[in-house]
Design a protein around this ligand. Structure first.
Ligand code: 4NP
Length: 146
C-alpha cells in the first residue's frame, strides 16, 4: 500500500485540497492508498480548512470540511513513502527537518512549479487555478505510482 503526505505552510488551504482531491480520486480508482496532509507551521493546529478551500472542493463534489490541521513531525518521514511539498519554501523547511525524500508536488506535470500561497489572494481569486493545478498534479502523481 502506498502512503502520501501533502505539506503546505498552514495546512488550512492548499494541502487539505490536495488531500481531499487525492482521497476522492484514489477511492474512485479503487486503490488501497493512505493519504494525509500537514503544515510546516503551528498557527492553525486543530482548525478546519479555510472557507475558500471548502467551497472550491464542494463545487467539485468533495467534502473536506471534517479535516483538521496538524503540524508535520520528523516521524512523518517514516510513516509516508511519498511526501509532497506544495511550494519550494515548504520543501526547504522539510529538507531542513531531515525529511529528505520530500519533493515538490509540481514535479508532476508542472516542471516543479509552486502551487501559489493563497494567503495573499484577494477574496476567491485564484482558488479555481489552485484547485486546477492540484487536481492535474495529483492525477499525474497517481498515474506515475499506481
Ligand atoms: P496554506 O495557506 O499554507 O495553503 O494552508 C496558508 C494559510 C495560513 C498562512 C499561510 C498560508 N498563515 O500565514 O497564517
Amino acid at each position: 500500500m502506498r502512503s502520501i503526505l501533502f505539506v503546505c505552510l498552514g495546512n488550512i488551504c492548499r494541502s487539505p485540497l490536495a488531500e481531499g482531491y487525492a482521497r476522492h480520486r484514489i477511492e474512485a480508482l479503487g486503490l488501497d492508498w493512505r493519504v494525509d496532509s500537514a503544515g510546516t507551521g503551528s498557527w492553525h493546529i486543530g482548525k478546519a480548512p479555510c472557507e475558500r478551500s471548502i467551497t472550491i472542493a464542494h463545487k467539485y463534489g468533495i467534502d473536506i470540511s471534517a479535516q483538521r490541521a496538524r503540524q508535520i513531525t520528523s516521524a512523518d518521514a517514516e510513516r509516508f513513502d511519498l511526501i509532497l511539498a506544495l511550494d519550494r519554501n515548504n520543501l526547504t523547511d522539510l529538507h531542513a527537518m531531515g525529511i529528505t525524500q520530500a519533493k515538490l508536488l509540481g514535479t508532476y506535470g508542472f516542471e516543479g512549479a509552486d502551487v501559489p500561497d493563497p494567503y495573499y489572494f484577494k477574496g476567491n481569486d485564484g482558488f479555481e487555478e489552485v484547485f486546477e493545478m492540484i487536481h492535474t498534479a495529483v492525477d499525474t502523481l497517481i498515474e506515475a505510482h499506481r
